[in-house]
Design a protein around this ligand. Structure first.
Ligand SMILES: NC(=O)c1ccc[n+]([C@@H]2O[C@H](COP(=O)([O-])OP(=O)(O)OC[C@H]3O[C@@H](n4cnc5c(N)ncnc54)[C@H](O)[C@@H]3O)[C@@H](O)[C@H]2O)c1
Length: 324
């Protein structure tokens, strides 16, 4: 769908937004605006104030960017600032290199909003809405209408092909995937997905933005689940099936991967960290996009999600967390 804004941009497309510029003055109120930020000039938009949206907003704000996070859910917006503060505290305990800005400046750099119209000045938008194809397609149509014609859109989707979302904008050359891992502030690399129509300049802008926040982009081609989740989702689904069939309990399954294979975390603890609701949504996306029955979520996973046992964020998944 071609909105007037972006149709104009694509027609006269000479490139992507400023790369390696200083953080400009347009956009959000209450943001700090630190000069000399590498990667993208101006305000950066984040869509979705959940696990990934808040984590990515933190990465950006701690590197000196001004960020507007949009989420229609009052409940998400009510808890997001505290989650951001906790995330900044945690990152400062674990990160090897110091953050570019003080904690209060990072907190002030993030503005929270309900309407996508607040992203009217955003030069780069990271979409972190739930993993549902129709929902994300709608978000991309809205962004295309409200954002500047030369703004870049990056989806943080776990599995949806970039082209499927780019096709809902009039600027497919300016759309790509940036699959951050969770927790975003503590992970050093990002799987970057180049869609069939993604322009070189768009890729360069995204890689420069990542470099500016201290991360490396690993570029792959567009396919359902890319590299990471095409493999990981099958592993988690199969690990849940092993529990369902009574071959081993969750602690034993994870121990095999940790103690025998030397993995830092087993597949079921990884599922709990990602969120079992997101795992099931992602498996359904993979099933729809590939038609491959191996991606059918197993009964155990579906049951746990129906019971609200979705992992760390609910305090209870394959393992228990906190006081629950
Ligand atoms: N959780 C992970 O480990 C992980 C890792 C990499 C990628 N992802 C992907 O990142 C995306 C977000 O996942 P998450 O784990 O943060 O989910 P989440 O459920 O924690 O957060 C999603 C947020 O989006 C909000 N939302 C709903 N409709 C919206 C709309 N129309 N516009 C804007 N926001 C809307 C919700 O209120 C919620 O706050 C998904 O595509 C997911 O597959 C997740």
């Amino acid at each position: 769908m071609n909105e007037p804004n972006s149709a104009r941009a694509e027609a006269g497309a000479s490139g992507a937004p400023d790369v390696a510029g200083a953080s400009g003055a347009s956009g959000a109120s209450g943001a700090s605006g630190v000069a000399g930020v590498a990667g993208v000039a101006g305000v950066i938009g984040v869509v979705g104030a959940g696990t990934m949206g808040t984590g990515i907003a933190q990465c950006l704000a701690e590197a000196g960017h001004r960020v507007i996070v949009v989420d229609p859910e009052e409940a998400a917006l009510a808890t997001a600032p505290a989650r951001l503060r906790d995330g900044i505290r945690l990152a400062r305990m674990f990160r090897k290199r110091p953050a570019a800005v003080p904690m209060d400046a990072a907190l002030d750099a993030v503005t929270w909003a309900r309407r996508p119209q607040e992203l009217a000045d955003a030069r780069f938008v990271l979409e972190c809405a739930p993993e549902r194809i129709p929902l994300k397609e709608k978000v991309f149509r809205e962004l295309d209408e409200v954002c500047p014609p030369d703004a870049v859109f990056a989806t943080v989707t776990s599995a949806i092909p970039v082209e499927r979302l780019a096709a809902h904008t009039g600027r497919p050359r300016r759309v790509l995937g940036m699959h951050f891992m969770n927790p975003a502030p503590l992970k050093e690399a990002v799987e970057v997905i180049r869609g069939p129509r993604t322009a070189d300049e768009t890729l360069d802008t995204a890689l420069a933005l990542l470099a500016g926040i201290g991360k490396t982009g690993i570029v792959v081609s567009d396919a359902p689940g890319f590299v990471s989740n095409r493999i990981l989702m099958l592993t988690i689904n199969e690990a849940a099936t092993v529990v369902q069939q009574g071959t081993a309990d969750p602690a034993t399954v994870d121990r095999i991967f940790q103690d025998c294979f030397g993995h830092t975390m087993g597949p079921l603890a990884t599922g709990d960290l990602i969120g079992l609701d997101t795992i099931v949504d992602t498996l359904y996306v993979l099933l729809e996009c590939t038609g491959d029955e191996r991606f059918q979520p197993c009964g155990k996973l579906r049951e746990m999600v129906a019971e609200g046992h979705v992992g760390r964020k609910s305090g209870h998944g394959f393992h228990r967390y906190g006081t629950s």
